[in-house]
Design a protein around this ligand. Structure first.
Ligand code: HPA
Length: 270
């Protein structure tokens, strides 16, 4: 695994003209932020040694190096989901590579179903914490001390300073944000009403099929993390309706500009 990470990192260092300190992972249908990136170098996943290829609809699958709000960043348009059949080492491989090329901050986005009864469809949720409900742990197996410690502390997985900055940015720009705990689960089924209830009772505010593995690996790698979730449907008793991938993408699309603004202001401040 180490050799693969370093090999891919070496390749990317040659292809990327800058030295970004911030990486961004864009979730389902959330590639709109890409339109704000200038000085772009696009690197399709299928040209990167050892990189998996994204299969899900709505993910085009490329790395984009460039500037967001004038700051050098490296964005992943399209991530690798556990439900696609990848194991957790593969799902989190890009985060390992980001760290190996010198990235210190990781910004992640996703779409989710809200369990918190005060949430509304289209809300932006700042992720304050998470609950890992995936059946496989990304750090299971041999620990490479070069990558991080065997038993990583998770008391502040989502950086408090980043959260404070995001709150201020949202306020300054009159963007409504909510906050909460993201539950990561394997999917690909959306939840049954009973499952939404279970995740809510467990302490979750929203549930989705990604992010948690990448954040665990980022924390293992001592990266600072910020996460934001677009609530695209509600798993709230009395408000549960049928949900489709297309609807998730549609809602995601309409809320994206606000998310992009928070992200692009945040990269300038970190
Ligand atoms: N559940 C799981 N993942 C999701 C949901 C949901 O309700 N909405 C968007 N992604």
């Amino acid at each position: 695994m180490l050799q693969k990470i370093y090999e891919t990192a070496e390749y990317l260092k040659k292809v990327i003209p800058s030295q970004p300190r911030t990486g961004i992972i864009l979730g389902t249908g959330l590639g709109n932020l890409v339109s704000q990136i200038t000085d772009k170098t696009e690197i399709p996943y299928d040209t990167i040694p050892n990189f998996p290829i994204s299969t899900v609809e709505g993910h085009s699958g490329k790395l984009i190096a460039g500037k967001l709000g004038g700051v050098d960043i490296l964005a992943m348009q399209g991530r690798f989901h556990y439900y696609e059949g990848y194991d957790m080492k593969t799902v989190t491989f890009p985060v390992r590579v980001m760290k190996a090329i010198g990235i210190e901050n990781l910004l992640v986005s996703n779409a989710s179903g809200g369990m918190n009864p005060t949430f509304e469809i289209g809300d932006l949720m700042l992720i304050t914490d998470h609950i890992n409900c995936f059946p496989e742990h990304p750090l299971r197996g041999k620990n490479y001390d070069e990558l991080g410690t065997r038993f990583p502390d998770m008391s502040e997985a989502y950086n408090k300073e980043f959260l404070d900055k995001a709150r201020k940015i949202a306020k300054e720009h009159n963007i409504k944000v909510v906050e909460g705990v993201y539950v990561g689960t394997s999917g690909p089924t959306f939840e049954t009403p009973a499952e939404y209830r279970r995740f809510g009772l467990m302490g979750g505010d929203a549930v989705g099929m990604s992010t948690v593995p990448e954040v665990i690996v980022a924390v293992h790698s001592k990266m600072k993390v910020f996460g934001i979730s677009i609530v695209t449907d509600l798993g709230v008793f009395g408000k549960i309706v049928e949900v489709t991938h297309e609807e998730v993408q549609q809602i995601g699309n309409s809320v994206q500009p606000k998310m992009t603004l928070i992200m692009s202001e945040l990269v300038k401040q970190i």
